[in-house]
Design a protein around this ligand. Structure first.
Ligand SMILES: Nc1ncnc2c1ncn2[C@@H]1O[C@H](COP(=O)(O)OP(=O)(O)OP(=O)(O)O)[C@@H](O)[C@H]1O
Ligand SMILES: Nc1ccn([C@H]2C[C@H](O)[C@@H](COP(=O)(O)O)O2)c(=O)n1
Length: 463
């Protein structure tokens, strides 16, 4: 284990590390800064699992070999028009803790999939801090990205949309609510976003958002946590905290660049869900190899380096981050499924199940009842063809966790210690509908699990 690394990060197998350990500035977990190697090439910075699977997030430059016959679209069937891939933007925000390159040099885009046009740093004399100065970790200063930059009195240079956002006065706290860390935990906010098309560029999201149906709410869940999920809900939530979390603004920028209507291609999309160490990584890799498919995971590579930031946030903000990741992932799925079967490691069901389990307490009987709206799929999110829920006997799962030998995340420690939490996550998965999960007993050997999974895929995805 490298000092300062994320608990789940393993040492690199060979060669010099592109990461530099960053001293802890606050909180309990170390962060690692990306040293500036161009991630466009496909390597993923600061992903909890990156070193285990270095090539995984590479988007295939050439179409993979054809999948087995049973997965090919029927002759004569029409493939949807391929969606343009979302452009990976040049990062406006240097990774927290990273050293700034010289003015005029190229910033690496945070997305691993595409050779994005990287943005140029503003010219000398702009409001960026001196090259080589260290950025503090997000959240370490008061409310705004500008406040986080040492020696800078004004805001960092930003695009026109951010400037428009900045001009509005800060929204007043909701009755009974305090500013500060939890201040963005509010249901509605006035948001003006300009510049992009469709709902993503809706100049007044609030106006539209207020007309959105709100779920009748189950008494034990805070209403805000489970209001009917939609892209706009999460945009509003991220926008509320973008002032103090620069990464939220960067996520919003990526979202805006995703095509609005995500349509699945002609190949099947198969999602794998389950608690940690149930074998998702193992089986998704094997299925991808067997089917000559494309393997994607949530959150997608272009935002996964910010997980440690959002994992420490209140549930509402954390959920908005993972939910946004699902929408970004949807555009990758849309594109990839025009070329080959798509295998996905976690998607919406994870976001919902973990949120429900976190925001409830007690036994599974205390969960919102079956058929509650909290178990519904968001109407505007691309649906997969099949969702497989891997479940493993609890003792076997602990053995696998120990055998894996990685340091646990806080949540994994909680999952291990808190039997009830684990049960609530798993039961929430089981209650998800439209699409529901097909449960797979993943306790047998890897070969047997793969066989079962391939049979299910053949049964449900043949067309
Ligand atoms: N069927 C199996 N039988 C025995 N061991 C397995 C099986 N599947 C996976 N393992 C082992 O269990 C450990 C956890 O598996 P894996 O990393 O695939 O789980 P995961 O669900 O992806 O976990 P996480 O969500 O935490 O990343 C690994 O050491 C893996 O080799
Ligand atoms: N689509 C997703 C993916 C992940 N999450 C959350 C749920 C857990 O808090 C954590 C598990 O991730 P892992 O350790 O397996 O990489 O991430 C989510 O909410 N939505």
């Amino acid at each position: 284990m490298i000092a300062g690394a994320h608990p789940r990060t393993e040492p690199f197998p060979a060669g010099p590390s592109p990461f530099i350990p960053v001293p802890l500035t606050q909180g309990g977990e170390g962060r690692r800064a990306f040293r500036g190697a161009a991630p466009c090439s496909g390597l993923v910075p600061e992903d909890r699992r990156f070193p285990r699977r270095p090539g995984e997030f590479r988007f295939p430059l050439a179409p993979p070999p054809p999948p087995p016959a049973f997965l090919r679209p029927a002759p004569g069937s029409r493939l949807p028009v391929p969606c343009p891939l979302p452009r990976a933007p040049g990062s406006r925000f240097p990774a927290p803790g990273s050293r700034l390159p010289a003015p005029g040099s190229l910033l690496p885009a945070p997305c691993s999939r595409l050779p994005a046009p990287c943005s140029r740093l503003p010219a000398p004399g702009s409001l960026l801090p001196a090259p080589g100065s260290l950025l503090p970790a997000p959240g370490s200063g008061p409310g705004d990205a500008a406040a986080l930059l040492p020696g800078v009195t004004g805001p960092p240079a930003r695009g026109p949309r951010s400037a428009a956002l900045r001009q509005r006065p800060p929204p007043a706290p909701a009755p009974g609510q305090h500013r500060g860390r939890g201040a963005d935990v509010r249901l509605f906010s006035a948001v003006r976003r300009a510049g992009a098309k469709g709902t993503r560029g809706n100049p007044d999201v609030r106006k539209k958002f207020l007309t959105v149906r709100v779920a009748k709410h189950w008494r034990r869940l805070p209403r805000e946590v489970m209001d009917v999920p939609s892209l706009e809900t999460f945009q509003v939530r991220l926008d509320r905290c973008a002032g103090r979390i620069p990464e939220a603004e960067a996520v919003l920028d990526l979202l805006e660049k995703c095509p609005e209507h995500q349509k699945k291609g002609g190949f099947p999309v198969i999602v794998f869900e389950g608690l940690d160490a149930t074998g998702k990584t193992t089986v998704t890799q094997a299925v991808k190899d067997t089917l000559n498919g494309v393997l994607l995971r949530s959150p997608p590579a272009c935002i996964s380096q910010w997980r440690t930031v959002f994992d420490d946030e209140p549930t509402l903000v954390k959920r908005a981050f993972y939910a946004a990741g699902n929408y970004i992932l949807a555009s990758e799925i849309a594109k990839a499924s025009t070329q080959a079967p798509v295998i996905v490691d976690r998607y919406w069901h994870s976001t919902a199940a973990y949120t429900i389990a976190t925001e409830t307490s007690g036994e599974v009987q205390d969960l919102p009842p079956v058929q509650d709206e909290v178990y519904q799929w968001p109407e505007d999110l691309l649906k997969p063809d099949l969702v497989l829920l891997l479940t493993v006997d609890p003792d076997e799962r602990v053995r696998r966790l120990q055998h894996r030998g990685l340091q646990k995340t806080k949540e994994e420690a909680e999952l291990e210690a808190n039997n009830l939490f684990r049960q609530r996550v798993e039961e929430s998965y089981r209650r998800m509908v439209n699409p529901a999960c097909q449960e797979v007993d993943a306790s047998p050997s890897k070969e047997e699990v793969l066989k079962t999974v391939l049979q299910l895929i053949k049964k449900h995805c043949a067309f």
